[in-house]
Design a protein around this ligand. Structure first.
Ligand code: HEM
Length: 255
C-alpha cells in the first residue's frame, strides 16, 4: 500500500542535493498547483503537459536564433545539426499531445471551468514562434541565394546540385511540415476532448484553427515543387500517355 500523504509531501518538498540545486527542482515543482488543490487528479497532467510544451517552445525559439547566426556566418553544418534538434523537438511536442488523450472528456470539463477565457492562442511560446520564420527566411535568402545570385528554382531544379543551399532549405521544409503536423494533431485532440463543432473559451468556433493548419511558413519552398511538376510535365501536356500501352481509365494513379 502506498502512503499517499507521505508521497505527496515528498513530491512537494524535494530533497535538494547538488543535482536538485543546479536544476532548480524545488522551483520547478512549485510551478504546478499544490496537489491538495487539484480539481481532479488529471489536472496535474494537464498543467505539466502544457508547461513542458512551453519549455520546448522556449528551446526552439532560442535555437532558431542560433541558427540565424550560423546562417549569417556560413556555418552550414551547425545550421543542419541545430535544425535537426528543432525538428526532433517538434516531433516530441506532437507526441506529447497524445498524453492528454488519456484524460476523459468528463475530467476535462471540470478543468475547463477553471480556465477563464484563456486559450492556447495566448501561449507566449507559440506566439513567439509564429514571428520567427519570416526573418529566418530573409536570412536564408541573403546567405544562400542572393549572395550567389541564385533562386529557389535554381537550387531545386535548373541548377540542382544537392548542395548546402538545398540541404538547409529542406531542413526548413521539415520544420514547416512538423509545425503543421503539431497543429493537425492538436485539432484531433480538441475533437477528442471537447468535440467537433464546439466553441473555444473565447466563443470562437474551433474550426477557425483549420486555417492555421493550412498556413505555410516558407511558401516559396512548397511552390517550387508545383512549378517543377508543371515545368517537367509540360513535355507531355496535362495528361500523360500510358507507358504500358494499357488504358489508364478507371485506375487514377495520377502520380
Ligand atoms: C485537452 C487539451 C486541449 C484542448 C481541449 C485545447 C483546446 C484548444 C482550443 C479550443 C483552441 C482554440 C482557441 C481559440 O480559438 O481561442 C486551442 C488553441 C491552441 N492550443 Fe490548445 N487545447 C488543448 C491542449 C493544448 C496543448 C497541450 C497545447 C500545447 C502547446 C495547446 C496549444 C494550443 C495552441 C498553440 C493554440 C493556438 C493554435 C493556433 O493558432 O493554430 N493546446 N486549443
Amino acid at each position: 500500500m502506498l502512503d499517499k500523504d507521505n508521497i505527496h509531501r515528498r513530491i512537494e518538498t524535494p530533497d535538494m542535493k547538488d543535482y536538485g540545486v543546479y536544476l532548480a527542482v524545488d522551483r520547478l515543482l512549485e510551478c504546478q498547483k499544490p496537489l491538495a488543490d487539484l480539481c481532479t487528479p488529471d489536472e496535474l497532467q494537464f498543467q505539466i503537459v502544457h508547461q513542458v510544451e512551453e519549455l520546448w517552445m522556449k528551446l526552439i525559439a532560442f535555437t532558431l536564433t542560433e541558427i540565424d547566426g550560423h546562417m549569417a556566418a556560413g556555418e552550414t553544418m551547425r545550421v543542419l545539426s541545430l535544425f535537426d534538434r528543432v525538428n526532433r523537438i517538434m516531433r516530441l511536442m506532437t507526441d506529447q499531445l497524445s498524453l492528454l488523450e488519456t484524460m476523459s472528456p468528463f475530467d476535462y470539463q471540470s478543468i475547463r471551468l477553471l480556465l477563464g477565457n484563456g486559450s492556447g492562442q495566448e501561449s507566449p511560446g507559440f506566439q513567439l514562434l509564429l514571428t520567427l520564420p519570416q526573418p529566418l527566411w530573409a536570412r536564408y535568402k541573403a546567405a544562400y541565394l542572393d549572395v550567389a545570385g541564385r533562386s529557389v528554382a535554381d537550387v531545386y531544379d535548373t541548377g540542382y546540385r544537392h548542395d548546402e543551399a538545398y540541404m538547409v532549405a529542406e531542413a526548413m521544409v521539415e520544420y514547416d511540415e512538423q509545425f503543421q503536423l503539431f497543429r493537425a494533431h492538436h485539432i484531433q485532440l480538441i475533437h477528442r476532448s471537447i468535440g467537433m463543432g464546439s466553441k473555444s473559451l473565447k466563443g470562437r468556433p474551433v474550426e477557425l484553427l483549420d486555417a492555421g493548419m493550412r498556413h505555410r511558413f516558407f511558401p516559396e519552398l512548397w511552390d517550387v515543387r508545383a512549378a517543377m511538376t508543371d515545368r517537367w510535365g509540360a513535355q507531355y501536356g496535362v495528361k500523360r500517355d500510358s507507358i504500358s500501352g494499357a488504358s489508364a481509365a478507371g485506375h487514377g494513379s495520377g502520380l
